[in-house]
Write a protein that binds this ligand. Structure first.
Ligand code: ATP
Ligand code: MG
Length: 419
């Protein structure tokens, strides 16, 4: 038997209920914040990620799904959403109307070692805002994220925040890090030894070395921020305080991607026994990426969260989601003779926005009633010979089991009032 690829999963049942719930809440919130939906391809030319996300990030150096298409072009399944959206903003000249606020949701692909909360195909949702350089927007997006977690019912969340400054601040910080780590290279893992050459900032992001002695007294980036970056960071914190959003400053937070500037943040699920894949969302400001990718100089800020990890967090906190999967009416033809009438009735009710199902096979009455239960039907509309003759329908309330007769002409009113 052929099985699903390693690191993937099939979504059905309870998973889909939770997934749709999360998507609906996020969609509503983005509407409230005046953010529009954008949809970009699941694969892009490989160059986009090598250039956009950066060669020294794990995502690009170790985790991409690369392939050649039949026209011998180098393609990559998208490992994240930002690069594709930036490409789209430049290619379609969406930057003409700034600020531009966009949200997305969809599958991402990373060749990682699969474990709980870490898949090779997973879903992210996120927001990108272009053309607003203010610290207010950074705080605004963090507030959106926190509101989202609150609205889905998660309690144990922790926001960590840091500033990695602008390019100039990072250069001088980089020198300080090189000096600091040089005598400790033997103690650091192989990846960090590579990072030391290419991007020492990323050593702070290492999961293997995070508890080592030389990590405890690393120089802090806040001490290297220039005046404008310092002010930006202070203002973000001020606005968070104003909105009463709790956070902790984490000096070692640098994030995996090369394109960030100034504010970076992560949200952690702070739930006992949740496991090590506990970062459920992350983001930051990336003021140089649009220009770097060939567009005009447009500042940007965004975040993304992992949907599977949020579903895990909902489960860890035992949060039940509202399941609106039940149907309004189940139409039950008593025999084959009533099929035509039932079919047109079902179509009529659907045209009037009721959720309706019926059985198209010739099941026993008992089996049909069972099916209505399985679909969580509020009403069962029974259609027999008599009903058709008189155009008066028998309607059974599936909860109280009471039966009433309703004229077909009054059916819509009856359902409207009782559902
Ligand atoms: P991690 O440090 O856990 O590898 P990351 O820094 O690679 O995360 P981002 O690139 O910032 O993650 O992606 C944003 C979010 O997407 C993460 O916070 C996480 O919730 C989720 N995510 C990332 N990789 C995976 C994966 N392989 N499977 C499931 N969710 C993921
Ligand atoms: Mg990762």
């Amino acid at each position: 038997m052929i099985q699903k690829p390693k690191g993937t999963y099939d979504g059905y049942g309870e998973f889909i209920t939770k997934y749709e719930y999360i998507k609906r809440i996020f969609n509503d919130l983005c509407n409230e914040y005046n953010i529009n939906y954008i949809d970009t391809p699941i694969f892009e030319s490989s160059e986009l990620y090598h250039r956009g996300v950066g060669e020294t990030t794990d995502i690009v150096s170790k985790e991409t799904y690369d392939f050649k298409d039949r026209g011998d072009r180098d393609m990559t399944l998208r490992p994240e959403g930002t690069a594709g959206i930036v490409r789209s903003v430049i290619e379609n000249k969406l930057y003409i109307n700034l600020p531009l606020k966009l949200w997305y949701e969809g599958p991402m692909f990373r060749y990682e070692r699969p474990q709980s909360g870490r898949y090779r195909q997973f879903r992210q949702a996120g927001v990108e805002v272009f053309g607003d350089p203010t610290p207010l927007m950074d705080a605004n997006l963090i507030s959106l994220m926190v509101k989202f977690y609150q609205r889905i019912g998660l309690k144990g969340i922790k926001v960590r925040i840091n500033s990695i400054g602008n390019k100039e601040s990072r250069e001088s910080y980089r020198d300080a890090l090189l000096k600091h780590f040089k005598p400790h290279l033997k103690d650091l893992c192989e990846d960090c030894n590579n990072r030391f050459e290419k991007n020492p900032l990323r050593i702070l992001d290492c999961k293997v070395d995070s508890n080592k002695e030389c990590m405890k007294n690393v120089p802090k980036i806040v001490d290297y921020l220039d005046e404008s970056s310092k002010k930006h960071f202070e203002d973000v914190l001020k606005y968070l305080d104003l909105m009463e959003i709790e956070y902790v400053i984490d000096n070692n937070l640098v994030r995996g991607l090369d394109y960030y500037t100034d504010t970076v943040f992560e949200v952690e699920a702070n739930i006992e026994g949740f496991g090590s894949q506990n970062v459920i969302g992350a983001g930051g400001r990336y003021n140089n990426l649009v220009e770097y990718m060939g567009g005009p100089s447009v500042p940007a800020v965004g975040f993304a969260f992992g949907i599977e990890r949020i579903i895990n967090a909902l489960e860890a906190e035992d949060i039940k989601v509202i399941d609106d999967k039940g149907i309004d009416a189940y139409i039950l033809p008593v025999s084959e003779n009533e099929m035509d009438y039932s079919l047109t009735l079902a179509s009529f009710l659907r045209d009037n926005a009721f959720k309706v199902d019926m059985d198209y096979t010739n099941k026993t009455m008992k089996a049909k009633f069972k099916e209505a239960d399985r679909y969580n039907a509020k009403f069962i509309v029974i259609i027999g010979e008599e009903e058709i003759k008189k155009d008066i329908l028998t309607i059974k309330d599936n909860l109280t089991k009471e039966e009433v007769k309703v004229e077909r002409d009054n059916l819509l009113d009856y359902l409207d009032i009782n559902i």
